[in-house]
Design a protein around this ligand. Structure first.
Ligand code: ATP
Ligand code: MG
Length: 336
């Protein structure tokens, strides 16, 4: 994070709320991060912490009502997406940012063949003729390593395996030749081997086409080797943000640290895996002080009273914990 290249996407102070009958759901509450050209950022956190809403906000796809982007800036290649008109934003969405949605059915239509859907996307985004679009679609299927691409081109989504469907969705997201790929849980529904293959594919595409990636997952086990930076979210806020190695080996936040401890890792022998007790709070009624304090094994009185700001625990390593400076990893917890 210290020496990132040129910034591609910068999200500043993003607040996205849903105005529901039960109250205001503060799904994303003051989130900031940036992605450099070619960089891969992993956004991690438990279910409901605001990962998808962050991604949909970047795409300006929040359903309104009930959702609304209340505050913030989303700057892509120097321009604030939130100040663009519909035509301009569609242009960015169609040509510069590709997204793999968490719900596969958002991307693939069951009644059309995979090939026709990808070539249609290519035609719309790149303005190619039918024949060229077909060629390009087949190339894209090859690029995502779908075997026998020409034959598969004619198949329907239900004729694909889960992993292949996921590859087809990546091909679709790449059809516009994006600079940024937002992948929302691209491998969660898949078995471990296929998951690893999808991650490998994303890693390879990054190298081959210089793609920047925002990889959303609740599974920290899959991000190593794919992303270099990690943004850990809890209850709509960023709690830790740093290079992946620092989050893995020198976490400065008890939530991120517990998440890390709850991931089985191949490179470490562990007697037992830690699980995080309790569940995330309601985003309508957050507890006072630090949102994680009711579940935090290290919480002290100040944690239940004052919300810790996100600040540098060390250069380039942000943490929102009152005890970030003292927080030592490897099971020792807070020193003080
Ligand atoms: N359309 C909506 N109306 C009301 N609340 C919503 C809506 N969409 C999302 N939310 C709320 O926003 C919060 C964040 O949801 P989000 O989908 O971003 O979670 P997530 O981190 O992606 O979780 P998961 O890992 O399960 O995908 C949740 O509390 C969710 O209930
Ligand atoms: Mg989600």
């Amino acid at each position: 994070m210290a020496n990132k290249g040129e910034t591609l996407l910068e999200v500043k102070g993003l607040k996205t709320y849903f105005h529901t009958q039960e109250g205001v759901v503060k799904a994303v509450d003051g989130v900031s991060f940036s992605i450099a050209r070619g960089e891969a950022l992993a956004v991690v956190g438990e279910s409901g912490c605001g990962k998808t809403v962050t991604a949909l906000s970047v795409m300006n796809l929040i359903p309104d009502p009930p959702g609304r982007i209340e505050e913030g800036e989303i700057i892509f290649e120097g321009r604030n997406l939130l100040e663009m008109n519909d035509r301009e934003i569609r242009q960015v969405r169609g040509n510069h940012i590709g997204m793999i949605f968490q719900d596969p059915m958002t991307s693939l239509n069951p009644v059309f063949t995979i090939g026709s859907q990808i070539s249609e996307a290519v035609r719309v985004h790149l303005g190619l003729s039918r024949g060229d679009a077909r060629q390009r679609a087949i190339e894209l299927l090859r690029m995502v390593e779908i075997p026998q691409a020409e034959r598969r081109y004619k198949m329907y989504p239900h004729e694909f395996s889960g992993g292949m469907r996921q590859r087809a969705m990546i091909a679709m997201a790449l059809s516009c030749e994006p600079k940024l790929l937002i992948a929302d849980e691209p491998s969660t529904a898949l078995d471990v081997t296929i998951q690893a293959q999808i991650m490998e594919l994303i890693g390879r595409l990054r190298e081959e086409i210089g793609l920047a990636v925002m990889l959303i997952t609740h599974d920290l086990g899959v991000v190593a080797g794919v992303a270099e930076t990690v943004l850990v979210m809890y209850a709509g806020k960023v709690v830790e943000y740093a290079d992946i190695d620092r989050v893995y080996y020198n976490s400065r936040h008890p939530y991120a640290w517990s998440l890390m401890r709850s991931v089985p890792r191949l490179d470490e022998k562990k007697d037992r895996l830690l699980t995080i007790g309790g569940s995330p709070p309601s985003l309508i009624n957050l507890p006072p002080g630090c949102s994680f304090s009711p579940r935090c094994p290290f919480a002290e009185e100040v944690c239940r009273r004052e919300e810790p700001p996100l600040r540098e625990a060390e250069p380039g390593h942000l943490s929102a914990c009152h005890f970030a400076a003292d927080f030592e990893q490897h099971g020792q917890g807070v020193k003080a």
